[in-house]
Design a protein around this ligand. Structure first.
Ligand SMILES: NC(=O)c1ccc[n+]([C@@H]2O[C@H](COP(=O)([O-])OP(=O)(O)OC[C@H]3O[C@@H](n4cnc5c(N)ncnc54)[C@H](O)[C@@H]3O)[C@@H](O)[C@H]2O)c1
Length: 397
C-alpha cells in the first residue's frame, strides 16, 4: 500500500487521484498541497485526504507520506524534487520532467544522489493499446523498426501558466512533444541513441511567445527515424495517434478520437464527453474509461510495484531527461533550420550503432528486393545481381 502526497490540486492532480483511488484500490492519497487554500480543501474533501496545506515542504515531510506525486506547473517540478530528496521521500513526477535537459538532468542526479525512488509519469507509454503494441514490437512481429511517428494535437491547454513561456518552458512542443518523443523511443528502442533533430515550429494562431504548432524528425543512431506532430491549434478534440513501421509489419494506434465508440446527441441535457472534446452535440467520440485508456492505471501500478520491489519503473527520470534533450535539440533546430545534435552528457544505452545493411540474401548470386503475386497470376521476383549490381525480374513457376 502506498500513502501518497499529491502536489497540485488541478487538472492532472485530480486525474491522478481518480486513478490511484480507482476500483477497490489499496493505495491512498493522504495529503494534498495546492497553492490556494480553497483548492487544497476542495481536493481533500473530494478525495478524503487527512492532511491539506499550502506549504509544500510540510506536505512532503508529513510522516504519513510514503510517496510524493508531482502534479505542478513545469517550473516548480525541480523545487519539489529537491524537497523530496531532502526528506528522502519516493517521488513520481508528471511530464515534462524539466523545462530543459539541464533542469531534468539535475533532477535525476538529485534523486540518484539521495537514493530515492524516482518515476517519470509518462502516461501515454502505459495505455493498454500502447503496451500491447510495444509487446508486439519487442516480440519481433514488426521486424526491425524503421519509423515511429506520434501525434498529439488539441485546441490548447486549460490553465494560464501553460501559455506563459517562462513558467511552461515552451509551447506545444514541450507540452505534447514530450509524450511523442518517448513513445517513439520506446518503439525504436530506448537503448538506441537519438542523435539529431530537424524541426519546424511556428506560432500560427495564438497570441503567445511560444510555438502553437510543430513537426520534427528525430534521427536515431541505428538508422531509424522518429517523427512527431504537435499542435495547440487543432480543432475537433484531442487527436492521439501513433504509427510504427517495421521491416515485417505495421501498427496504427488511435488512442482517443476514434476508439470504436460513436454517439449522437441532439445536445439537450448534454454533458462532459471526453478530455478537450470541443462539442457535446452531433456525432461524438466518447472514450470508454479515460483514466484507463490514457494509461494512468497501468502507470501507477508499475510505479507502486516497482517502488515496493526495489526496482526501476518502465519510465524513469533518466527517460524524462533524454526526452528533454531531444526537445532542446528540436527548439534549436526550429531556430537554425538545420539538423541539430542531441546533447546527452549522460547516456546509458548502446554506443556506436550503425544503420543495418539493406542487403537480403536470396541465393549465392542475388539479393532479394521483392516478391509479389500480381493480378494476372504471376509470382514475380525482383532481384539484384551481386556481381553486376543490375536489377532484374524473374517469374517463379
Ligand atoms: N497527460 C499528462 O500526463 C498530463 C496532462 C495534463 C498536465 N500534465 C502536467 O501536469 C502538471 C500540472 O498541470 P495541470 O494541468 O494539472 O495544471 P493546473 O493548472 O490544472 O493545476 C496546477 C496546480 O498546481 C498548483 N500550483 C502550485 N503552485 C502553482 C503556481 N505557482 N502556479 C500555478 N499552479 C500552482 C495548484 O494547486 C494548481 O491547481 C504540468 O507539469 C503538466 O505538464 C500532465
Amino acid at each position: 500500500m502506498q500513502r501518497i502526497a499529491m502536489l497540485g490540486g488541478g487538472f492532472i492532480g485530480r486525474f491522478y487521484a481518480e486513478s490511484i483511488h480507482g476500483q477497490r484500490s489499496r493505495d491512498k492519497v493522504v495529503a494534498i498541497y495546492a497553492r490556494r487554500e480553497e483548492t487544497a480543501q476542495k481536493f481533500a474533501t473530494d478525495y478524503g485526504c487527512d492532511f491539506a496545506s499550502t506549504d509544500m515542504e510540510e506536505v512532503i515531510a508529513h510522516p504519513d507520506v510514503d510517496m510524493v506525486c508531482i502534479a505542478l506547473p513545469n517550473n516548480i517540478h525541480e523545487t519539489a524534487v529537491n524537497l523530496c530528496a531532502k526528506h528522502k521521500k519516493s517521488v513520481v513526477c508528471t511530464k515534462p520532467l524539466g523545462r530543459t535537459a539541464d533542469e531534468a538532468l539535475r533532477m535525476m542526479q538529485t534523486a540518484e544522489e539521495a537514493g530515492i525512488f524516482a518515476g517519470y509519469l509518462e502516461d501515454l507509454c502505459y495505455t493498454p493499446k500502447f503496451l500491447k503494441a510495444l509487446d508486439s514490437v519487442k516480440n519481433g512481429a514488426l521486424g526491425r523498426i524503421l519509423w515511429a511517428k506520434s501525434r498529439e494535437t488539441h485546441p490548447g491547454p486549460h490553465s494560464d501558466w501553460f501559455w506563459d513561456k517562462e513558467q511552461a518552458g515552451g509551447g506545444c512542443m514541450l507540452d505534447l512533444g514530450c509524450h511523442c518523443v518517448e513513445i517513439a523511443r520506446n518503439f525504436i528502442g530506448k537503448d538506441v541513441k537519438p542523435v539529431e533533430v530537424m524541426c519546424w515550429a511556428a506560432t500560427q494562431v495564438k497570441p503567445i511567445d511560444a510555438e502553437d504548432h510543430a513537426i520534427a524528425l528525430v534521427k536515431y543512431e541505428n538508422g531509424a527515424i522518429g517523427q512527431f506532430e504537435v499542435s495547440w491549434a487543432f480543432r475537433g478534440g484531442m487527436d492521439l495517434r501513433d504509427e510504427v513501421m517495421g521491416t515485417e509489419g505495421t501498427i496504427w494506434i488511435n488512442n482517443f478520437l476514434r476508439t470504436g465508440f460513436e454517439m449522437y446527441s441532439s445536445g439537450k441535457g448534454a454533458d462532459y464527453v471526453a478530455e478537450k472534446a470541443e462539442s457535446n452535440t452531433g456525432w461524438l467520440f466518447p472514450v470508454g474509461d479515460e483514466v484507463n485508456d490514457l494509461g494512468y492505471n497501468h502507470m501507477f501500478t508499475d510505479m507502486f510495484k516497482s517502488q515496493e520491489e526495489g526496482r526501476e519503473p518502465a519510465e524513469t527520470f533518466y527517460d524524462g531527461y533524454v526526452v528533454n534533450a531531444v526537445l532542446d535539440a528540436a527548439y534549436k533546430s526550429a531556430e537554425t533550420k538545420q539538423w541539430e545534435k542531441v546533447n546527452l552528457p549522460v547516456w546509458r544505452g548502446q554506443e556506436g550503432l550503425k544503420p543495418e545493411s539493406t542487403l537480403v540474401e536470396y541465393d549465392a548470386d542475388h539479393y532479394l528486393i521483392k516478391q509479389e503475386m500480381t493480378h494476372d497470376g504471376r509470382n514475380k521476383l525482383i532481384l539484384k545481381e551481386k556481381a553486376s549490381g543490375k536489377i532484374i525480374e524473374r517469374d517463379l513457376a
